[in-house]
Ligand binder design. Sequence first.
Ligand SMILES: CC(=O)[C@@H](O)[C@H](O)COP(=O)(O)O
Ligand SMILES: NCC(=O)COP(=O)(O)O
Length: 237
Amino acid sequence: MAILSVNINKIATLRNSRGGNVPDLLQVAMDLERFGAQGITIHPRPDERHIKYQDARDLKKIVTTELNIEGNPIDSFVKLVDEVRPAQVTLVPDAPDAITSNAGWDTIKHADFLKDMVAHFKSNGIRTSIFVDPVEKMVEAAAQTGVDRIELYTEDYARQYSTDKEKAIAPYIKAAQVATQVGLGINAGHDLSLENLKYFSEQIVDLKEVSIGHALISESLYLGLENVVNMYKHRLA
Ligand SMILES: CC(=O)[C@@H](O)[C@H](O)COP(=O)(O)O
Ligand SMILES: NCC(=O)COP(=O)(O)O
């Protein structure tokens, strides 16, 4: 069974919107683990619009499951990951001004760079993963870098799921088969949700980890609203 790593970027977004410490990111991470999360994922972006670099340092001290740090390996990110030494680093080729991650690596074009980065992080004892689209030749080239795992970028799957789930999953099944053949572990993430996760995990049999943030936090709001509104009403009664 794949493990669930909860991405807490959105908790940091909410906290930063008021400039204080509500919600408390570290407390949320600890509570998520208590509720059963098997990993905590963060994606510190260069502008620190949600996760701040200091959050990564603080989280390392309290996360007892697996800390997964995602990001584009620019110099400041590499230094941060070297210092924090998470269980896993996931390399993502996102531009600094990207609203969110929007593509996997071209592992053929960037083969030398990725090889260097993977060797660097592995020599520091950090498990490595490369974010890729579900394209067989990109998975094969990822394996050539020496990386431990790939993370399949699931936005296309999530978008197509409600109209044609067999068509949506097809490239992921092929990419996962190639990954298993070349000895890569398989992670997945982006826009996975309560609606589309079950089918994905049934179809991708060797799946090791999913990282989920946006939908999970949004669903938590919806599922918690009734309870909290009632609690406020009781305060007013
Ligand atoms: C790598 C990935 O798939 C992303 O989902 C990312 O970690 C989310 O980042 P944002 O929260 O900034 O959209
Ligand atoms: N790696 C994907 C991730 O951490 C969460 O992506 P999303 O669920 O916020 O789209």
